[in-house]
Design a protein around this ligand. Structure first.
Ligand code: 5AD
Ligand code: SF4
Length: 463
């Protein structure tokens, strides 16, 4: 079936890398003459950008395909992109024969060609063979969904091969963009009114400038110095490659946010070894000590897997003591999920589901108490918040602090400040996941902020 109507619907599953990939895919499609619509029903082409990090994420995609497969009879075409596409490859055509295109993220550079094949009526189009490529997916047409805060990919793929993780198999080998290209994109974004940039990669700390000009810390500082940029974040870090100069860069450059996400995965050196994480508890804590010795208080967050094969009660207890020691501001905790192709798949998934659930609950309960105390420390402080939106029912504005904490606040003004504004907020109350406060600006100032943003408004900015 040739594709005549160039409307598309895209849905994204998974991590920030996927969200940003979709922004690039949307930009590419729009450049190729397609128009984005809001529902599967309206679209001629339905794309799912998929995640396979845990089995639940993967199952969601197949459920969604199943829900909408009847649309194929009406001439609609389906494309599966991302990690499930790369992992399952052509098997997807067997499981869901109505799918026409299957492509992993390492092949997105070839999207225009794949779309041309699709438009010509070809079936079973694949982009699966590029995991060993040295090239990154760069496009000037990225359709960012937020007008103030945007992602920039600095490194794609991963060479770490942690025992549990699909990413090296789904996203391919590590490849960095040149610092020149990253900085050019940051400048274009600043010119378009962006003030908040998040640098992305599976392991940003192993960034290697192909032009040999800058280390990761230098690139971070350089993005922070782009005129107009007020906040720079980066994710994800790997403890093995996290260097002290990153903390020095944060110390030296106020635009670099007071937040480091440093996934630990387990507090037990035994488990870390089995996970092939290439560091010990002590190594990790040394990096935490560097971060905690910074001039500004830096908020720490982490990822943890419970129930990895062979994790004993003592191992788990070590994770709990690590939480108490580090005092994270947020923990993303997951039950271990065996994944195809990974080294851990050959280890027996020895921890029963009930124990995994129990450990996860204990961990989350402990962490909630830690956060309750951590967040309370902000009461009485004045923090700068970037406005993200309004909760009109409560008459509140919400946004994030440099530490990435959610702040809800009231403004004593007839008109609420629009998204993208920065306001100082006095914190009056704290909860385990958010802060409450009141803006310390005059009503007139707030109204002016609102108007200036409204004047400059555009729907989607293509940067
Ligand atoms: N099972 C459970 N959690 C996993 N993660 C990665 N792979 C798995 C898996 N097989 C978690 C890690 C990682 C986060 C993005 O997802 O904690 O940091
Ligand atoms: Fe999911 Fe990992 Fe792929 Fe992101 S990179 S979409 S987390 S499997």
């Amino acid at each position: 079936m040739a594709l005549l109507d160039k409307t598309f619907y895209i849905e994204t599953f998974g991590c920030q890398m996927n969200v940003h990939d979709s922004e690039k895919v949307i930009g590419t499609l729009v450049h190729e003459g397609y128009r984005q619509v809001e529902t599967e029903i309206e679209a001629a082409l339905i794309l799912y950008n998929t995640c396979s990090i845990r089995d639940k994420a993967e199952q969601k995609v197949f459920n969604r395909l199943n829900d909408y497969k009847a649309l194929h009879k009406k001439g609609k075409r389906f494309a599966v992109l991302g990690c499930v596409a790369q992992q399952e490859g052509e098997k997807i055509f067997e499981r869901a024969p109505y799918v026409s295109l299957v492509s992993g993220s390492a092949s997105y550079r070839k999207l225009p060609e794949m779309l041309a094949q699709l438009e010509a009526g070809e079936e079973r189009i694949t982009g699966l063979d590029d995991r060993q490529t040295d090239e990154t997916f760069e496009t000037e047409f990225t359709a960012r969904s937020n007008r103030h805060r945007g992602y920039i990919t600095i490194i794609e793929g991963c060479d770490k091969f942690c025992a549990y993780c699909v990413v090296p198999y789904t996203r391919g080998k590590e490849r960095s963009r040149t610092s020149h290209s990253v900085l050019a994109e940051a400048r274009r974004m600043a010119d378009a009114g962006y003030t908040d940039i998040q640098l992305l990669g599976q392991n940003v700390n192993s960034y290697k400038d192909p032009s040999g000009k800058m280390s990761f810390a230098e690139l971070l500082a350089a993005v922070g110095q782009v005129a107009g940029i007020r906040r720079v974040r980066f994710t994800t870090s790997h403890p093995r490659d996290f260097t002290r100069d990153i903390v020095e860069a944060i110390d030296a450059q106020p635009t670099l946010c007071d937040h480091v996400h440093l996934p630990v995965q387990s507090g037990s050196s035994h488990v870390l070894k089995r996970m092939q994480r290439e560091y010990t508890r002590e190594w990790y804590l040394e990096r935490i000590a560097w971060i905690q010795a910074a001039r500004r208080p830096i908020s720490l967050t982490t990822d943890i897997i419970v129930g990895f094969p062979g994790e004993t009660d003592e191992d788990f207890e070590q994770t709990i003591t690590l939480l108490a020691q580090v005092q994270y501001d947020a923990v993303f905790a997951f039950k271990y999920s065996p994944r195809p192709n990974t080294p851990a798949i050959s280890m027996e998934d020895s921890i029963p589901e009930e124990i995994k659930t129990q450990r996860l609950q204990i961990l989350l309960d402990r962490q909630r108490e830690i956060q309750r105390k951590n967040y309370c420390r902000h009461i009485g402080e004045i923090v700068e918040v970037m406005v993200e939106g309004h909760n009109t029912a409560r008459g509140q504005v919400f946004g994030r602090s440099s530490q990435n904490k959610v702040v809800n606040f009231t403004v004593d003004a007839p008109i609420l400040p629009a998204p993208g504004n920065y306001l100082n907020v006095r914190i009056t109350q704290a909860f385990p996941n958010s802060l409450l406060g009141e803006a310390v600006v005059s009503g007139r100032e707030a109204a002016q902020m609102h108007l200036s943003i409204q004047d400059a408004s555009i729907e989607i900015s293509i940067v």
